[in-house]
Design a protein around this ligand. Sequence first.
Ligand SMILES: Nc1ncnc2c1ncn2[C@@H]1O[C@H](COP(=O)(O)OP(=O)(O)OP(=O)(O)O)[C@@H](O)[C@H]1O
Length: 261
Amino acid sequence: MSFIAKNVTVTAGAKTLVRDAALVCAPGEVVAMIGPNGAGKSTLLSALARRREAAGDVRLDGRALGDWPGDALARRRGVLSQEHHMPFGFSVREVVEMGLLPWRAVAGGPARVRTLDYLEAVGLRRFAHRKYPTLSGGEKRRVQLARVMVQLRALEAVDEARYLLLDEPLASLDIAESARVLTLIRRLADRGLGVVSVFHDLNAAASVADRVVLMRGGEIVAAGPPSVCLNATELEACFGAPVAVSADESGRPHIRAQLSF
Ligand SMILES: Nc1ncnc2c1ncn2[C@@H]1O[C@H](COP(=O)(O)OP(=O)(O)OP(=O)(O)O)[C@@H](O)[C@H]1O
């Protein structure tokens, strides 16, 4: 049981955006994708999500993504993209309940999902009746995370392995909400979900990831546990800028950019 990608290559015209990428995420694991702007992180994530045409082999629990029926795949794999256009004035609760759609044909499916618990998990229960377009950027992001979690029934025990693909889940979040979402990501993994997430904040990645994948120029240049991959030599080569790495109180790497005034 795992989410496995091999030989993933994404092109746009004559340009290769991602070359020959490979990645594995097992249930219970957080895999963080990091790298400089334009490295290909979002492109690879959207290829893993099957939202972008790509060459290669991507399998969820042994079955090629293309062979999964749509609703069954949606119940096993949720995707938080960077952009979520909601053209109509849905309420927050209605947006979260969109996560129930893949459960329509499942006996007892939607009725058993307590959507307000999911809004509680992202700290937005009090916003259930607000109109989604009136929310701030960070609030919208958390509502979308709640919707994707509902889609996977992420707060409930189910027999099948589920996987979350997140593109910058901390974008637009303040320090407290970032901490809430990071804690939530770790708890979901500890409950057995596999999580693959793009992070810009290297310390956030270091704090929550079991493994990190470093990308540069469309290629995976290093992969492994944070304590191995997040060292100054590797990061300076990847980002092309000086960094200082120390260990925090739990022994995880703590990364700072070196400023030159
Ligand atoms: N359709 C496209 N045509 C041409 N180039 C593209 C296309 N889509 C993406 N790119 C380029 O591919 C590269 C990788 O983009 P991607 O969004 O995957 O990077 P990223 O690592 O997620 O960056 P960021 O950290 O800035 O979000 C970028 O240089 C981008 O400009």
